[in-house]
Ligand binder design. Sequence first.
Ligand SMILES: Nc1ncnc2c1ncn2[C@@H]1O[C@H](COP(=O)(O)OP(=O)(O)OP(=O)(O)O)[C@@H](O)[C@H]1O
Ligand SMILES: [Mg+2]
Length: 307
Amino acid sequence: MPVPLESKSLKKIYRNKGRSTTAINDFTFSVKEKGVFSLLGRNGSGKTTFVKVSTTQLTPDDGYVRVFGKDVVEDEKELRHMISLVPQESRPFPHMTPYEHVYYFQKMNGKAREESKERAESVIGLLGMHDFARTECVNLSGGQKQLTMVAMALSLDTQIYFLDEPTIGLDIITRKGVWNAINKYRDAGKTILLTTHYLDEAAFLSDEIGIVSHGNFIKQGTLDELRSGLEYDTRVAMRGRVDHRAFEPYGKVHSDERGTVLFTSQEYVEKILSDSSVRKERIEIGPIGLDDVFISLVGEDIEVDEN
Ligand SMILES: Nc1ncnc2c1ncn2[C@@H]1O[C@H](COP(=O)(O)OP(=O)(O)OP(=O)(O)O)[C@@H](O)[C@H]1O
Ligand SMILES: [Mg+2]
């Protein structure tokens, strides 16, 4: 059985009016197992371009992308029926309701009337959209429109789903509803390629995470694997003013007006807690999170404020 998604030496250059932008320089990675794979990277790092190439909307300048063994160029027609997509920044039609969007999307994809109705009802229930499913989109909020795009993609029964920032602009409760839906698809053996800037979302949902930077794929692994690649395992956050220099022997210190964050090792925690300048009620200790991994892999160094 071919792997769900494979990208080898992928390059994509945009050419506009004599200007060229290398959006993807080299994406080499593969999603070997079914489940949720999150592609994370800063703005402009090439994620949406990758989703567009993978869903046959753009062709590679070099290298290849294969989805379940099908090449995005050679097998384009076949592939289009194998994938579902939530495109970034897409908008529904103003004078159609969310229900109609899903219903007609089913019909366009060859489903009969009854099945289209059933699928539309089912995905609207899954995403908790009943209250506004029959309201024209022009009268809906930004988040309700976004959910309509998610509903369309999830209404298709495919093996792989490309979700490009599906939860952007959704409140936390609605986002958790989408997480629930994504988890159900994962449990049903689907593959989901997710992009998001909400790192709590990626940490919660992902079976594996891929990090990209400036058009290059730089690292992949489970959250634990990515964490263990870092020098420190523990994050100590201190609110209020502390003398951050006292903590420098224990690891890496970042300070700003809100407080101090120290990246350190578990073995130093007791010593840090016994420092008289630390007020216990103002300190939070925990494992290094995905945001720390992200900043250390793709962020610029944050200067320590010496004042
Ligand atoms: N249609 C286009 N024409 C020219 N350049 C483009 C076009 N679309 C994207 N780019 C450029 O390609 C690079 C990658 O863009 P892309 O949209 O893939 O980034 P992204 O990782 O999805 O970012 P974000 O997190 O902001 O959505 C950026 O430098 C961007 O300016
Ligand atoms: Mg994008």
